[in-house]
Write a protein that binds this ligand. Sequence first.
Ligand code: HQG
Length: 177
Amino acid sequence: MSDVESISRFLSYVLRHDPGAIGLDLDASGWARVETLIQKARENGRSISWELVQRVRRDTDKDRFSIQDGRIRANYGHSIDVDLGVEPEAPPATLYHGTARRALSSIREDGLRPQSRQYVHLSVDTERAVDVARRHGEPVVLEIHAGALHADGHPFFRTAGDVWLTTHVPLRGIEFP
Ligand code: HQG
């Protein structure tokens, strides 16, 4: 694994799931000072630098993090309770969700649930959804009637990346293959 990939994973873990693992505090919106993060990481045996953090922003395929005014936060993927402070937005008519074939029977009963994360994550195209799905097993892509759900009052949030978030996708919003 490259340095950039390894730091990206480390930052994802700390900023999405467990800042306490290195004694870091996030504010209510999920931000941490980059200097503090670097210092806490070093105290925990992880040597990172501003330069590496910038390279993670620049050189990875996804917009996983925002850096602003000397602070950093994860754009999506949280399991800890953070208030991203983003307003709901009208999504594209169709979004996509990549999942594993073995999850289908449960999804057919209950729709899509956030599981361990704060939100259900949706992709803007099938290629990206297949990449998401492959992490879990045999990939299946579900078409999500995002526009229709939004018209029914379902909230959708666009992250800094091309990832959309929502709280739950009921069965009527899912087109199964
Ligand atoms: C499934 C990565 C059974 C759901 C990705 C998924 C994404 C159900 C799994 C981001 C279910 C949760 C998030 C139900 C949902 N019954 N299974 N009712 N409802 N599921 O990892 O969307 O590379 O928490 O289909 O690319 O896979 O880390 O969510 O398979 O953007 O930046 O439960 O994380 O981004 O899995 O991935 P996850 P996800 P990064």
